[in-house]
Design a binder for this molecule. Structure first.
Ligand SMILES: NC(=O)c1ccc[n+]([C@@H]2O[C@H](COP(=O)([O-])OP(=O)(O)OC[C@H]3O[C@@H](n4cnc5c(N)ncnc54)[C@H](O)[C@@H]3O)[C@@H](O)[C@H]2O)c1
Length: 355
């Protein structure tokens, strides 16, 4: 039987990359996106799959249990990928309530809807069903200069965003332990690549550079993140959905630790190659401007992704250098996407300095 995927948050950055992958690699599958189309949800991201026979978009809120229940009953998904979320740390500093609503209450509503739905299924369908909840490495807090987050690292979220994701992860875990819902949780490091909303570091740097605007780097720029090309994350999610053991957590990472400054330098080097700007002495990197740090800015995140490699055979396929080139090339080739998203709510303005 062909799979039926329900992707919440499928119009966002990672969700849309996942939807493209599912339509491409599982051509017989039905792929239903459930998305509230907030400022971060973009119908343009779904343009490449509009003509796919099994594709459907349901405009809906994760907090709307009645619509969720009706959608589950009608669509009868075999796998739900939960990516719907408020995802920007800076916004969570300015307005945490939306993060509690969508990330905590929304995930809770989804768990409840799934629990009720599973009761109505015949045993074989219940056995085969999976709820894959997509989370972040930020739930683990900040690392010193050494060490890696493993699946058994204690949660210590520092930002309202991370706290809301941690809470959601705990609910998903509890629904497995208490009600036997077949859940999977993935905790992934920073993603970069096509279709990212221009409020995050990578698209802000690329788009500002093209307009010769300042490239804002928080604090001293030495905060370290592990970076994963978004298509690799999408492949990892499909792998976990198909091979993961219910109740388990899986860390996903790119084995590519970089300081923010190193990330900005890599993007500028790719831009210098692809769109040389001789009028900028020193190239695009000369546009770097250090700005006030984010309050509570975690110093370092790093992922031990050996469990997903050892147990499920997943390894990232795109190394950092080629991922960066592909990303910059994508934004250059999709100027219309950039223009349209720039006309919406994105002004690439500074957020998240607190009151
Ligand atoms: N971006 C990263 O680097 C990263 C890394 C690890 C984990 N994650 C997690 O992956 C998931 C997706 O992240 P992203 O970067 O693609 O986010 P995004 O902000 O680009 O997309 C979020 C999507 O969720 C939708 N959404 C928001 N609130 C909703 C609601 N109440 N009901 C239904 N839909 C709603 C939005 O419309 C949007 O399409 C999130 O759960 C995030 O925490 C992201």
């Amino acid at each position: 039987m062909d799979p039926v995927y329900l992707v919440t948050g499928g119009a966002g950055f990672i969700g849309s990359n996942l939807v493209h992958l599912l339509c491409r690699e599982r051509p017989g599958a039905r792929v239903v996106v459930y998305d509230a189309l907030t400022y971060a949800g973009n119908l343009d991201n779904l343009e490449p799959v509009r003509g796919h026979a099994g594709f459907e978009l349901v405009e809906g809120d994760l907090c709307d249990r009645a619509l969720l229940a009706a959608t589950l009953e009608r669509v009868r998904p075999t796998v739900i990928f939960n990516l719907a979320a408020e995802s920007h740390v800076d916004r969570s500093i300015d307005g945490p309530a939306a993060f509690v609503r969508t990330n905590v209450l929304g995930t809770f509503e989804l768990c409840e809807a799934v629990r009720a739905h599973l009761r109505a299924l015949e045993p074989t369908a219940r056995e085969a069903f999976r709820l894959l909840h997509v989370s972040t490495d930020e739930v683990y807090g900040s690392l010193g200069p050494t060490g890696l987050f493993t699946e058994t690292t204690a949660y210590a979220p520092n930002s309202p965003y991370a706290a809301s994701k941690a809470s959601a992860d705990h609910f998903v875990r509890a629904y497995h332990e208490t009600f036997g819902v077949p859940t999977l949780v993935t905790n992934c490091s920073n993603n970069y690549g096509p279709y990212q909303f221009p409020e995050k570091l990578v698209p802000v740097v690329v788009l500002n550079a093209l307009e010769h605007k300042a490239l804002p780097v928080y604090g001293d720029g030495r905060n370290v993140r592990d970076w994963l090309y978004v298509e690799d994350h999408a492949r990892a999610l499909l792998c976990v959905a198909e091979r993961g053991v219910p109740g388990e957590h899986y860390n996903i990472g790119g084995n590519s630790e970089r300081t923010n400054l190193e990330m900005v330098r890599a993007l500028c080097t790719a831009l210098d190659e692809l769109v040389p700007a001789p009028e900028l002495a020193g190239g695009y990197y000369a546009l770097v401007t250090f700005v006030k740090d984010r309050p509570g800015h975690d110093r370092r995140y790093a992922i031990d992704a050996s469990k997903v490699a050892r147990e499920l055979g997943f390894r990232p396929g795109v190394d950092f250098a080629s991922g960066i080139r592909r990303t910059v090339a994508w934004y250059l080739e999709h100027r219309e996407w950039c223009r349209r998203i720039g006309e919406g709510s994105s002004r690439r303005e500074r957020l998240g300095l607190g009151a």
